[in-house]
Design a protein around this ligand. Sequence first.
Ligand SMILES: Nc1ncnc2c1ncn2[C@@H]1O[C@H](COP(=O)(O)OP(=O)(O)OP(=O)(O)O)[C@@H](O)[C@H]1O
Ligand SMILES: [Mg+2]
Length: 312
Amino acid sequence: MEILIIVAIPIALLLLGGAFLVVGQTSSFLQSTYFNSRQRHSDMIIQQYMNNLILAQTQISRRSRELELLAGKLDLSNQELARLNDMKSKFLSMVVHDVRTPLSSIKGFSELMIKKTTDKKSAEYLKNISLASDQLGRLISDLTDLAMIEAGKLKMEKTRVHFPEIAWEILPAIRINAQKRGVELIEHQFPEEIYIDGDKFRLSQVLMNLLNNAIKFTPAGKRIDLSFRKEGRHIVTSVKDSGIGLHPSETKKIFEKFYQAKHQKDEKLRKQGWGLGLSIAQEIVHSHSGEIWAQSAGLGKGSTFSFKVPVD
Ligand SMILES: Nc1ncnc2c1ncn2[C@@H]1O[C@H](COP(=O)(O)OP(=O)(O)OP(=O)(O)O)[C@@H](O)[C@H]1O
Ligand SMILES: [Mg+2]
C-alpha cells in the first residue's frame, strides 16, 4: 500500500503539470488570435478612413476649381453690371437735363396764354397743359434726385436749423392741397426751442412727401394729424392719416424706389405717382443719421409715417 502511494503521487503530479501546460498554451494561442483579429479590424477602419479622406480631398480640389471658375465669371458680370449701372445713371441725368428746358417753356407759355385768352374752352385746355407740365416737373425733379443718389452726389447742405421752420415753409401750399381734396389737416403743437444740424430744404422735402402722400391716400371728409415729440436726443415728426392704410407685408417695401403697394387696389391713385417719394425721403433722413418708418393697423385702417433726426 505504501509503495502504491509513493508511485501514484508523482504520476498524479506529472499529469497535473501536463494539464496546466496544455491549458496555458491554448489560452496564449486564443489571445494572440484575438489580438490579430482586432489589429486587422482597426487596420481596415484606418484604411477606410484613408480612402474617405482621399475621396474628400479630390472632391475639395474639384469644388475649389469650380469655385475659382465661378468667381472669375462673377467678377466679369460684376464689372458688366457696374458698367450698365453707370450707363443708366448717365442716361438718366441726360434725359432729366434735356427734358427740363422744353418743359419750362411749355409751362411758361401755357401760363402766358391763359392770361391772354378770352375763350373759356381754350383757357381750360391751357390749364390742363399747365397742370400736366407741373406733374412732369415733379417727376423730373424726383428723377434728378434719384440720379444724384445713385451717383452718390446727393449732398446735404447742413446748417443750424430751427426745427419748426422745416414745416412752416411748406405748410401754406399743403393746406391748400388738403382743402382742395376735402381732407382736414390738424397741426399739433410745434416744438419750441428745438434746433438741428440739417439741410432745411431737404428735410422740408421729406415732410412735404409724407403730407402729400397722406392727402393723396385719404378720402375726402377724413383727417390728417401732424405732430412732433421729443424722444431722448431726437425729434420725431409724425403724419397720421385715416386713409386707405397698408398691408403689414408692405410697410417696409414701400421705401424701395419705384415700389407702390400691391395690396391697394385703387389704380387711379397709383397712377398719380411713380413710387419715388418715400425712397428719396429715406435717403435724405439717413443722410441726417435719422430713421423713417411706416405703421398701419391694416388696409382701410389709416397709416402713420414718422421720421426722427438728432437734435443739435
Ligand atoms: N399715407 C399713405 N397711406 C397709404 N399708402 C401709402 C401712404 N404713403 C405711401 N403709401 C404707399 O407707398 C407707396 C410709395 O409711396 P411713394 O411716396 O414713394 O410713391 P408715390 O406716392 O406712389 O409716388 P411719388 O411719390 O413718386 O409721386 C405708394 O404708392 C402707396 O402705395
Ligand atoms: Mg409720394
